[in-house]
Design a protein around this ligand. Structure first.
Ligand code: ADP
Length: 247
């Protein structure tokens, strides 16, 4: 009601969906889609019904990460712009077209009944983010960042934007933490360390955990076998199962 008084549209839930969780990042390339895919699969393996929407309209990567192609099927709970466009061609669209496509993906796909719908957001704080947060009754957002200063600065902006539009920030996942040397076992923090902890103190948003930089994760993404499925007992998969219980 307060929103309607201020002339803002009423936020409606997606039909048949109990929880809608956004996976967002300030920058591209920090592992947002990787986290979205693995969180969705880990949640599904804990017995929940789960859907996954790739709303990263300009750079959809879920079809590759899930090893999917062709037209979406009605019995599957994944949707991506990558199914509707030629993945080898760039999407050259203005903001209004992006917003309209996202509305269709949210409202015209038979999502329900679902316990959780994970939405892999485009990076940044633009039209798509506003379109989703202003129209959908969102449960909360998980922000993915690397420990690097440039990524953290943008992650902070993202967290502030979501709070301003009334979307609870469930936590931060720090991805691409230290890498372990396969020869001597020593750890190297390629993108620095501790940055998410600073955000936690500053914004009062919990760090749900850190995922190391690990070539196996990259490989599992490129071969369409997300790590929680291909190596469910690996340290990385266990960390992601832990996030599921935190969120
Ligand atoms: P975003 O969605 O933020 O653009 P992606 O999830 O597409 O980022 O990840 C970018 C690239 O980094 C992908 O090639 C992915 O396989 C790789 N990647 C993501 N997280 C890790 C990690 N922890 N270790 C190694 N590679 C990773």
């Amino acid at each position: 009601q307060a929103r309607m008084k201020r002339g803002l549209p009423k936020r409606l839930p997606i039909a048949g969906v109990t929880n809608t969780i956004l996976i967002a990042s300030g920058k591209g390339g920090v592992g947002k889609s990787t986290v979205a895919v693995n969180l969705a699969l880990a949640t599904a393996s804990s017995g929940k019904t789960v859907g996954l929407l790739d709303a990263d309209v300009y750079g959809p990567s879920i079809p590759i990460m899930m090893n999917l192609e062709g037209q979406p099927r009605i019995d599957k709970r994944y949707m991506s712009m990558g199914f509707l466009t030629d993945m080898s061609q760039p999407v050259v669209w203005r903001g209004l077209m992006v917003m309209s496509a996202i509305q269709k993906l949210l409202r015209e796909v038979a999502w329900g009944p679902l316990d959780y719908l994970f939405i892999d957001m485009p990076p940044g704080t633009g039209d798509a983010q506003l379109s989703i947060t202003q129209n959908i009754d969102v449960t909360g957002v998980v922000i993915v960042t690397t420990p690097q200063k440039v990524a953290l600065v943008d992650a902070r902006k993202g967290a502030v934007m979501f709070s301003k539009v009334g979307v609870p920030v469930l936590g931060i996942i720090e991805n691409m933490g230290a890498i372990k040397c396969t020869k001597c076992g020593s750890m190297t923090s390629v993108f620095g360390s501790g940055g998410a902890g600073t955000l936690e103190k500053e914004l009062g948003v919990p760090v749900l955990g850190t995922i190391p930089l690990d070539p196996k994760i990259q490989e599992s993404c490129d071969t369409g076998k997300p790590v929680v499925v291909s190596e469910p007992s690996s340290d990385q998969a266990i960390r992601i199962y832990y996030f599921v219980h935190c969120c």
